[in-house]
Design a protein around this ligand. Sequence first.
Ligand SMILES: Cc1cc2nc3c(=O)[nH]c(=O)nc-3n(C[C@H](O)[C@H](O)[C@H](O)COP(=O)(O)OP(=O)(O)OC[C@H]3O[C@@H](n4cnc5c(N)ncnc54)[C@H](O)[C@@H]3O)c2cc1C
Length: 419
Amino acid sequence: MNAKPETDYDVIVAGGGAGGVGAALGAARAGAKTLLVEKYGFLGGAATNSQVLAYCGFFQQGKKPKKAVGGAGDLVLDALKILGSDPDAYCSETTGNWIILLDPEKVKLALDRVLLANGVDILLHTRVAAATRTANHIHSITLAGMDGRIRLSAEAFVDATGDANLALVAGIDCRQGNGKNQFQAASGPIRIGGLDADFVIERQVIVKAFEEYNTAGCKFPLTRHDGGIYTRVPGSSDMWWLMIDFPIQDLSSSSFTKAEIHMRAAANEYVAVLRENVAGFERAYLIQSGPQIGVRESRHPAARYDLSANDIRTGRKREDGIARAAWPMEDHSRPGNPVYEPVGGDGYAHIPMDCLRAKDINNLYYAGRVIGADPLAYASIRVMGTSFATGEAAGVAASMPNADTDQIRKQLSNGGSII
Ligand SMILES: Cc1cc2nc3c(=O)[nH]c(=O)nc-3n(C[C@H](O)[C@H](O)[C@H](O)COP(=O)(O)OP(=O)(O)OC[C@H]3O[C@@H](n4cnc5c(N)ncnc54)[C@H](O)[C@@H]3O)c2cc1C
């Protein structure tokens, strides 16, 4: 695809998480001149900015791991492997699901490498701040970065910001949370050091220590009572611990400020509880929280189709399917009490192209957790493996403005996506 002389890019992708990386790779590999814009100084989205240290959604549930996502996602796994990461399926001790464990520093480096190798232009420290549009077309976006504000035009745009920040500034209607102002809980995964490599972490001891903490007029009562989700961070003896859940009241900066301050204080307190009460944690210390709290849900911009819980429940297949949703519906509506509902049929449901298309704007596509989905289907499609797949499809579609779904599917198959 050749850029018209008056546009700066064929495709501009906003957001450098799994959805945005998939989109940028999909667009660039389809021949589009592609820019990826990310507000932090590194790529990876929640994996690197909130310590979500596992890729879910690459595999179906079952006794043996069965691949559901390939293509751009596999390029990332290959780049991780070159850096010494193990991209093989790991069975989560807590849920029995197949995941891929991550070292965040390797993720950052692998993503830089794979995007540059595929000819994607990258702008870090740069935030999408505004958009100009007509009734059904975005012409340009304004970027706020280290050199002030610049305006760039493109043939098509992909919103992969997780929070639908491009759609928001373009004035698109957005559902907040489940539409009743309720959001899946935010969480603060943390990394803990000071543990011996051969020390076996015992869940019941942690559960007991926090039962006692919770009843003693504690400062930060826990909503999670199962000891949380934990693993060792690959390549280290550090513990990755997902224990702190926090309800989101609304999407204001002041609510998020409260959540961040609470999460940081609670993280320090909980590590102290471990240090003082659990054998093996005597030298434990908090290596890192953040950089920001993990946001499971914020806003959902209007799409042409919302994937439904029933689509997932029945493992629905469709001729216009462009990606596979294989992760169970993992609902965190009640902080501390995740509920899992498996994918039906033969273990995956198709996500149709219309979930990735903005309702009224013809040259805006969605990738990652902003795609169209009802509240429960959202609890499946939001994971990062699936986000690579919806991202790749969004990038391919954005780079082929006149293509029908069959042509998009063909390009995806050529790229190795499993659809
Ligand atoms: C606590 C927690 C635990 C989770 N556990 C798992 C798990 O184990 N495995 C799993 O696969 N998924 C998990 N998830 C879900 C998953 O992390 C997200 O749904 C997923 O990261 C979505 O990918 P994304 O690319 O759509 O969004 P994100 O990963 O959020 O990436 C969006 C990117 O856009 C950038 N951005 C935002 N606004 C702008 C802007 N205006 N301009 C430029 N850039 C912008 C952000 O900085 C970010 O890098 C978890 C989520 C949370 C919060």
